[in-house]
Design a protein around this ligand. Structure first.
Ligand code: FMN
Length: 220
């Protein structure tokens, strides 16, 4: 069995990565609980790869074309995209940057999803258990107000069209700096953030673990 965890954030040891690591653990434990030994959980850091977004060449939609249903661009996504389409399950994760998923994840999803999109018909992609995790500075109340429709709903509608309805985990009010005293900031209170880190973030990590378990269960 093949699983893909796509990390759309740049930081190797912070919120998004920690959450995705717990998804990894959840998948692993669920599979092993079910005596499944043959599996790979592939973690991909998009910031390590060299690629750009869709170039609108339309080779993927050319009737009878050599690249119908595939992205023909020869870069670091060339071999990766088909592997994800052939995999058993996939999870995406991203910090929120300027009211959206990161540019890297957006460009990646364009390439992954557009090659399988057929105007007016079902996607050519195989349906599979999938999920998306967002981490962000703002609290839930503000996120509900400003990101629910614009970011989460839109992204998840495209994922639903391509792979089927995703599991969705939103992680709010994240701890951003190692030491708040070193950086200019008049908006976020370090003590409040520390409280969230202590009380809420462990629960978020558990939710990520559960997302991994559910995803694995769906593939069995
Ligand atoms: C360039 C940039 C833009 C950001 N924009 C937003 C934003 O619009 N809304 C928000 O809630 N947080 C924003 N943040 C904060 C991050 O989303 C938040 O700290 C996130 O948890 C970081 O994930 P990480 O710890 O995995 O890097 C931004 C951070 C950066 C660096």
């Amino acid at each position: 069995m093949e699983f893909y965890l796509i990390n759309g954030g740049p930081r190797k040891k912070y919120n998004t990565t920690k959450l995705l690591n717990r998804v990894y653990d959840g998948i692993k434990n669920e599979l092993e609980k079910n005596n499944i030994q043959e599996y790979n959980i592939n973690t991909v850091r998009l910031y390590d790869l060299d690629y750009k977004g869709c170039k609108s060449c339309f080779h993927c939609k050319k009737i009878g074309g050599k690249y119908y249903g595939q992205c023909p661009i020869k870069d670091d996504l060339r071999e990766l995209l088909p592997k994800i389409h052939e995999s058993d399950a996939v999870v995406f994760a991203s910090p929120i940057y300027f009211g959206g998923i990161t540019g890297e994840l957006k460009s990646f999803l364009e390439r992954l999803m557009f090659s399988k999109l057929v105007y007016g018909k079902e996607s050519l992609a195989s349906k599979k258990p999938n999920g998306i995790i967002y981490s962000m500075n703002v609290k839930k109340e503000l996120s509900d107000e400003i990101y629910e429709e614009t970011v989460f709903k839109t992204t998840e509608e495209y994922l639903s069209y391509t792979f089927g309805k995703p599991y969705s985990l939103k992680v709010y009010d994240t701890y951003q700096f190692k030491d708040y005293s070193l950086y200019e900031n008049y908006l976020f209170d370090e003590k409040e953030k520390a409280k969230t880190l202590e009380k809420q973030f462990p629960k978020d990590l558990d939710s990520a673990y559960n997302l991994g378990m559910k995803l694995a269960k769906d593939t069995i």
